[in-house]
Design a protein around this ligand. Structure first.
Ligand code: FAD
Length: 528
């Protein structure tokens, strides 16, 4: 038990919890915590320009590392600006702890300067939230908040801390064991449900694995167990956008992503299956489409750590509540114990191969002089040289993100919004700090390629291909300048906006796109 100020307690708890990065924006009601942060150089602070960006960056950090993202913002507008990212983290099951400053306890409820009811506002978009009125409770609350954010279905937790609680002295100790009164997520799957599920899998004639973000959350071992179970059963597998990276895309059993932007074969296979094994996926409407027509012939097994996800949208035949990794391990063990052998799924695979033969991701290559460059080709040229992501779901996921490895994908799933492009990438860059990350965005105006270094004032449209070199130099120069000037400790993502229709600059050919990618990649590496 140690006596210290509330602000010191906050930072000490972060240190004890192994936090190495905080994304934030200072303001009056949170300055005592900022002052305390100065004394702890082990925690890197990433200064953003807007609180929403801090939450998105923290999401990117969490998706890339598996650790909770931490955000520090002030009261009132600081807290309300963070709400979009908090809601996004809730939808996408991302562990995040958001520390918000609050007006002093004596002013709460008086319409004080920069006051808002943060706990009330964030009640419906957090997994849990706190208003800490007593400095002696602060340490325990922070440890509990991290527990809640990271256990069971991950999600955002807000801790609202009045300024006088940050200044007051209280006692701090690291709790020996954290247990919430009512929150006890079930991690171990029920043995009876596992036994029924494995018999159903072994008996199915047209099974398909439908996996999601829960497999990523369950960690790399879950991804390995998934590969093993798919291999044992010989069944095809598809995944949601959020589950990409958990299964290798070069495995012949991989059908590609499913859903409205998914492959023809994965959607047809889901629709015609007699058994769907849903692992850490939540039957999102981008995947199911019309519920009355969704997989009409299939029995469904649903593995999910959140009991409330099960039977929420699609009624299922077997519910397995628990961690995806533990459930997959248990299914593998049960497969061996019961002596199951893979069925001959030849007929099922022949149907799938027929759907595959449509080659739905192919796009016309227009190589004639003066022909337009297809956006898919532009995206591919950048992808080949860089880490590339984007909100351009229609082009990016289908062609390229599918090839990404575990935890390399940090796209926004549930609540995509257009105003803050690239911010999840900030979090990702903290993790993969030497890589240049391209962000490809949809632009509703055709006929131009727009290059900008994020956060730089300069942005220019490329309508004359002769100016490509200039623009590249300028974008690269801005990146190097920002790093040298320590405006940002990070590599600066370069946004390449591609016209909605096509990139119509007729001379912009493969060689130039390659040059674009090479130049930017080389600059990013060299400028580090
Ligand atoms: C423009 C746009 C287009 C989109 N198009 C598509 C599309 O075509 N196809 C598509 O798939 N998505 C698409 N999306 C994304 C879509 O909105 C959803 O975010 C996504 O489908 C949800 O993925 P998920 O089911 O894997 O759930 P997630 O949101 O990743 O939720 C994970 C589920 O797993 C559970 N879980 C969490 N941790 C664990 C654990 N350790 N063990 C077990 N269970 C766990 C959770 O309780 C939850 O039910 C699109 C998004 C945008 C913005």
């Amino acid at each position: 038990m140690k006596e210290m100020s509330g602000a010191d307690m906050v930072v000490q708890a972060l240190v004890d919890l192994g936090v190495d990065t905080v994304f934030g924006y200072p303001g009056g009601a949170v300055l005592p915590i900022y002052d305390a942060l100065f004394n702890h150089p082990s925690i890197k602070h990433v200064l953003v320009r807007h609180e929403q960006a801090a939450t998105h960056a923290a999401e990117g950090y969490a998706r890339s590392t598996g650790k909770p993202g931490v955000v520090l913002v002030t009261s009132g507008p600081g807290a309300t600006n963070a709400v979009t990212g908090i809601t996004d983290a809730l939808l996408d099951s991302i562990p995040m702890v958001v520390l918000t400053g609050q007006v002093p306890t004596t002013l709460i409820g008086t319409d004080a300067f920069q006051e808002c009811d943060t706990v009330g506002i964030t009640r419906h978009c957090t997994k849990h939230n706190y208003l800490v009125m007593d400095p002696d409770r602060l340490g325990a609350v922070i440890h509990e908040a991290f527990y809640i954010a990271t256990h069971g279905r991950p999600g955002p937790v807000v801790i609202d801390i009045p300024k006088n609680v940050q200044v007051a002295t209280g006692s701090y100790s690291v709790p020996e064991k954290i247990e919430h009164q009512s929150y006890r997520p079930q991690v171990e799957p029920d043995a009876g449900a596992i036994a029924q599920a494995i018999d159903m899998i072994a008996a199915a004639e047209r099974p398909i694995f439908y996996t999601g973000g829960g497999v990523i959350n369950a960690g790399p071992d879950a991804s390995a167990a998934l590969r093993q179970l798919v291999s044992l059963t010989g069944a095809p597998i598809t995944s949601t956008l959020m589950g990409l990276g958990a299964f290798p895309s070069d495995d012949p059993k991989w059908l590609g992503m499913l859903g409205m932007h998914g492959t023809y074969e994965s959607n047809m296979a889901m629709n015609r299956a007699d058994l769907i094994i849903a692992v850490g996926a939540r039957f999102d409407d981008r995947v199911t489409g019309r519920l009355d027509a969704f997989a009409p012939e299939a029995k469904k097994i649903h593995i999910d750590i959140d009991r409330s996800s099960i039977n929420k949208i699609v009624p299922v035949d077997i519910a397995v509540v628990g961690d995806a990794g533990r459930a997959l391990d248990a299914l593998i063990a049960a497969w061996a114990d019961k002596g199951h052998k893979a069925r001959d799924l030849g007929e099922w695979w022949r149907r799938i191969d027929g759907w595959r033969a449509t080659r739905c991701l192919d796009f016309p290559e227009k190589k004639d002089a003066g022909a337009e460059i297809m956006p898919q080709r532009a995206v591919k040229a950048l992808f080949d040289a860089t880490i590339l992501e984007g909100e351009f779901v229609e082009w990016v996921e289908n062609s390229h993100l599918l090839k990404r490895a575990f935890r390399e994908v940090a796209v926004i799933g549930g609540l995509i919004e257009r105003q803050h492009p690239g911010k999840r990438k900030t979090g990702k860059q903290v993790t993969f700090s030497t890589d240049l990350i391209f962000d490809v965005l949809r632009k509703y105006e055709p006929d131009h390629l727009l290059i900008e270094a994020a956060w730089a004032d300069a942005r220019e449209r490329l309508t004359d291909v002769a100016r490509l070199g200039d623009l590249l130099d300028r974008a690269a120069g801005t990146m190097v300048h920002q790093r040298l000037e320590r405006i940002s400790p990070l590599a600066i993502p370069v946004l390449v906006l591609i016209g909605r229709e096509n990139v119509a600059a007729s001379d912009l050919d493969d060689a130039l796109l390659g040059e674009l990618a090479d130049t930017l990649a080389a600059t990013a590496m060299g400028g580090a």
